[in-house]
Design a protein around this ligand. Sequence first.
Ligand SMILES: [Zn+2]
Length: 412
Amino acid sequence: MHWPIRRFAAIAACGSLFVMGLAADSISENVKKLHFSSIVVDTHDDTTQRLLDPKFDLGSRHADGSIDIPRMKEGGLDAIFFSIWISGKITGPEAVERATKQINAVRETVKKHPKEMTLATTAAEVRAAKKQGKIVALMGVEGGHMINGELGVLRKYASLGVRYMTLTHSVNVEWADSSTDKAMHNGLSDFGKDVVREMNKLGVIVDISHVSDKTFYDVLAISKAPVFASHSSCRAICDAPRNMTDQMIKDLASKGGVIQINYHVGFLSQEFRDAERKDPSINESIAQEIKKRCPDENDEGCQLIEGDKITREYVAAGKLPKVEWTKIIEHIDRAVKLVGAEHVGLGSDFDGANMPYGMEDATMLPKITEALLQKGYSEGDVRKILGENTLRVMSEVERVSKELQKKVAEGK
Ligand SMILES: [Zn+2]
């Protein structure tokens, strides 16, 4: 989720079915061979908000939004982390209750589609599912406010299958600072450090997307396992505070971590970000329009999908700049030039952000493989970026967790 929904929202692929067909057809056989034999992992999708609507079926193809089983198959998207998200302003037991409801929604969705999907919690399970031709559902909690200040809640989420937690969303939590709020804790508080230690023990990946720079460095100093940025882009290209500086990307990589590039236009393109900032009334009127189209203020799924559509309408009307999907490649390439292909991955923010033109949904993903090959990347490097790097972080986090648990068992 790129932004508090009620202020702003996301996109949909209105009228793009024709384009999708063209995109798939134009991809060459050798690109397809590499892409569809690779394990493609996306570390951040907000599709969970749609799953809360009992009428939404992930198994059928939709004309809006970016993710469903048919389109994941068509685009060779093997595994996604469904984001468990609620606004950072909702705290306390309500936050726990709503997060648990979302975790259950993901688990129920997987149960409804046993032939096509499976839930995974380890890298080995993702690999096994790929062999069986099944799409993998994983889960990440987007915001530490959802543990309500209790390590027990974190343990409960882990036991239900959650494998990463983004420490904050857009506002601070009571133990960590966000990149888009006023610093209160000078990074992580003592309890925040305990949260990171507990995540290491549980084998839950520490996700540093959204956190302040100081929180990021506190995490790097404390975490015994590699960490990742599930959906962040490069600040040197677009100066959004929740993007990563070159130095942060280097420091993340030096601890074995991965930056998974976010496709949201406001994080990819300086021009788009400047246009939004220059005229705040644009986002205000988008928010008003969303309210009209989604009268139920708790229907986040509607708000995200409609927000994306409306943003596209503003682009079509020339009120916001048009951002092409090739910007994603620019960000990947910058990070690869900084730290090598071992530390870069994909974290789209599909169904929770404004997608660039040409990357409206999961069917477009082979274009990333094609573009990287055209840039001269080796097949091995492309596989790493598509998913192997994320799987490596998962395996490492699992290994560290086992070691730490063994130490506890031995009383060390
Ligand atoms: Zn987000």
